[in-house]
Ligand binder design. Sequence first.
Ligand code: BES
Ligand code: ZN
Length: 868
Amino acid sequence: MTKSVNQLINYFRPSGYFLSIDARPGEREFQGVVYIAGVKTGKFVRLHAKGLTLENVRVNKELAEVRYLENDEIELIPEKETELDRDYAKELAERWGEAVDTSIAIEFSGKITEGSMHGLYPCKYEFEGESRELLATQFESHHAREVFPCVDEPAAKAKFLCQINTDPKYTVLSNMPSEVDIVLEDDTKRHVTFQMTPKMSTYLLAFVIGDLKKISGKTKSGVDVNIFATPAQSASNLNFALGVAIRSIDFYDEYFGVPYPLPKSDHVALPDFSSGAMENWGLITYRETCLLVGDSTSLPAKQFTGTVIAHELAHQWFGNLTTMEWWNDLWLNESFASLMEHYAIDQIYPDWKIWQNFETQEVVSALRRDAISGVQSIQQDVEHPDEISTLFDSAIVYAKGERMLRMLQVLIGEDAFRAGLKSYFERYSYKNTVAADLWSELGSAASFNVSELMNNWLTKPGYPVITAKCTGDTIELEQKRFLTDGKTDETLWRIPLFSSDENAPRIMSDKKISFQSSSNDFQLNVGNFSHFITHYDDKLQSRLNDRLSNFTDSDRLKIINEAIMLGRSGLASSADLIDLLKVLKNEESNAVWDLMSLAIGDIRRIVEDDYIATNNLKRLAGQLAGKHFDRLGILPDSDDNDNDIKLRSTILSQMIFAEDTLDASGDSDRPLDERPVTKSVLDLFTEYKYKLNEISGDIRPTVLAVAVRVGDNETIDFLVNTYKSTSDAELQQDITAGLTSVRKSDQIDRMIDMFKLSDVIRAQDLAYWFSWMLSNRFARTKTWEWLKDNWPWIENTFGGDKSFDVFPRCAGQIFSNDQMLNEYKELFLPLRSEPALKRAIDVGINDIVSRIDWIKRDYVTVANKLNQ
Ligand code: BES
Ligand code: ZN
C-alpha cells in the first residue's frame, strides 16, 4: 500500500541556502526570507513547503508563479525563462563551493503552533511566578518544510547560512557558532548570523530562541561544549551532562578516527519535547529528564541520561556526517547510535556495567515484541516520510537493531569493527549511504560476508528458538521461528551460536545440525549476544540449573528470560519459573533480580484472579527478597555500591508487594500495622513530605506510590499541587508514578480528569499517565473508558506524532481476558485504516490473544505449584 513519491532532488539539487527568520517568543507567527542556490535537474524547480504563506517568489531574479501540488510540494514557474547572471553564478559558486545554475528567492511567513512540538514551536515554563516561553525547532523527519521552503530530503545536502532576528534579550542558538551578533540602535531587534554549516541535510537544522542558562567546557581537541537549560533549572543540574558530553566526544574522536566535525556542541534541555532527544548537528535538543541530573536523580535515570547523550553524539558522525540516502535506512541510524550509546558509556563508566542495562531492558523488549505474530522486520520500505511513524517500533528499530549490530561486533571482533567504521567515515563523510555501504566496509575489514549474515535478520520479522537435545554424546540442534502464539514458519537464520562447546559450529545456517559434544556443560549463546532463545531438553536444562550460580550475570539472566519466553509460548510451562526462582534464592545481582521480578510479574498475571495463589506468590516473593531487605533496608547508605543501590529499589517493591496480601474481593486484607515495610515507607513520606527533593530518586517513586495507595485525599491534593508547581521534571515523573497508583474510585476519576488539562499534564507526558493508569488494575476500566470517550481528542492531539501508536500498543501489552479483547477490537478495528496505527493494532490483537491462551493454559499448573 505504498504510495510512490517523487523525490524533489530529481527536479532541483540545492547547494546552499541563505535563511533569515524573524521570530519572537510569545508571538504566533514568524517571517522569513530564503535564497537557495543550486542546480536544476528537471524542467521546473520543486520545493517542499507546508503551512507557509509565500510571497515575492523569484527564480533567477524573475518573478515566478507558485503551483501547489500534493505531498507538501510546490512548483515554481517563472514568468519568463531566464538564466542565472554569469557573475552572480560565479559568486554563488564560490560561496557554496559548487557550480550552480539557478537561484531562488522567497519571502514567507508561517505559524508557530502550540501543542505540535514540531516545526517551530513554543516551550512553556514558569519562572519566578511568571509564565515564560522559548522557541525551539524539531525537523526530523520532515518538518523543516513547516519553517522554510526547501528540498526536505536527507539526500539533498547543502550548506546553510542562517540568521535569526528576535528580541535583544534572548539567547539565540543554531547548529554553528554565531559570527555576527548585533542589536540595532533602536534596540528592538537582535540579528544573529551563524557561521556557515558544512553540507548537511535539512532534518538536522535547528534553532532555539529564549532565556537560557549555560555551563561550558572543552574537549581535548578544543571543541566548545555547552549545556543549556531554562533559568527555572538549577545550574548544578547541568554538570553531569557536560562531563558525559565532553568525554563522549573525546571517546568518539578516537574510536571513529575522524574528529568531531563542528567547532561546538550545544545540548539544550527543553520543557516541551515530543520524544527523548534529537541529534541536530551541533545543537542537540532534549526533554529535560533526558539531560538534567540532580542530587536526587536515581542511578538508573542518571545512566539513562548518560546513554541518551552518548546516543545523540554518536549521530553527529553516524547520521549527520554520513547520512542515509532515504528514510528506509533510518533503522541503521538508530540501531547504530543505540549500539554506540552503550559502547561509549561502558568505556566512560566501566563500573556501571551498562551492557547489563541493555540486556535487562532492550534485549528483553526486543525478544518480547519480536515474538508476536505480525511484528515488523527491522528494515521496511518507506516511500514517503509520512510513513515513518508507521514503522517506529522502538523495540525493533532501536532494540533489535542494536542487538544485531552488537552480535555482529562481537562476531567479527572489535578491531575489525572499528577499522570498518573508520574507512566508512573516511569514504562517505558529507555524503549519503545505504546499509550495504556499511556492510561492505565492515565486511572488507573483517574478511567476512556481512550482508549474507545480516540479510534475514534485517528483512524478516522474528527470531529462532533452537531446540537442543542430548542423546549420548551427541548434541542435536534444530532452529525454527519462535512465536508466542505457538505457531512457526519456514524462515531460517544464520545464527551465531556462541556455544560453550568447541565442537559446535560458529554459525548455524541449516535447519538441523548435530555434533559430538566435548563436555557435559553445554550452553548456547554464552554472553547473551545473539538474537535467539534455546529450548534445552530436560537433561541439558537440569544440568544448567545445577550450575546456575557459576554462570555470569548475563548467562543467568538470559536463562531466566528464556524460561519466561518459553512459558509464554507454551513450549514449556510457566510453572517452571517457580522452580527457577527457588534455585535463585541466593541471587544478589540487581540485573538478574530485574529478570526475577519480571518472572514474578508473569506468574502474577497468570493467577491475577485467584487471591489464594496470588497470596502464595507474595509469600514466595517475600522469602526471596527478605534477606536482601534485612541487609539493605529502605534508605540509601553511604557505603552502597551501584549494585546495592539498584537492588534496593527492586527488593523494596517486592517487599511491599509481598506484604499487601489480598482478601477474596481482591482488596488488601491486612491493616497497615501488620505491614511493617509499607508502614515505614509511609512514615518516610510523612517525614519528607515538604522536601521530596531530598528523597533519593532510587526509592522515591515507590515511596510516593505507597503514600497514594494508603493515603487520603489530602495526600493526593498535595501531590497534585506539587506536580503543578515544581519545575523539576524528574520529581514530576516520580509523582506521576505515585499518583497513577491510585486505588479509590473517586481518586481515579480525579486523575483521569486531569488528562486533558494541558497546563497540568504536558502533552509530552500524557503517554506515561495513560500507560501507568492502564497498568493499574484498579484504574484500568476507567482509563479505558476515557480512551474510548476521548478518541477524537487523542487523534487530534497526537495524530502525526511518531508515538501516536502508544495507545493501541500499550493496551495490547496489558489486556488479558476475552472481554478486554472484545473491547480492544471494538475500538481499534475500525482504526486499522490509519497507516500509523494498523500494525500496532494487529500486533496488539495477536499479543492479547496469545496472552489469554497462555493464562488459560498455565493457570492450573502454576496455581497448584504455588499452593503446594
Ligand atoms: N533521531 C532520534 C529522534 C527522532 C527519530 C525524531 C525519528 C524524529 C523521528 C533520536 O536520535 C533518538 O533516537 N531519540 C530517542 C532517545 C533515545 C536515545 C532514548 C528518543 O527520542 O526516543
Ligand atoms: Zn537516535
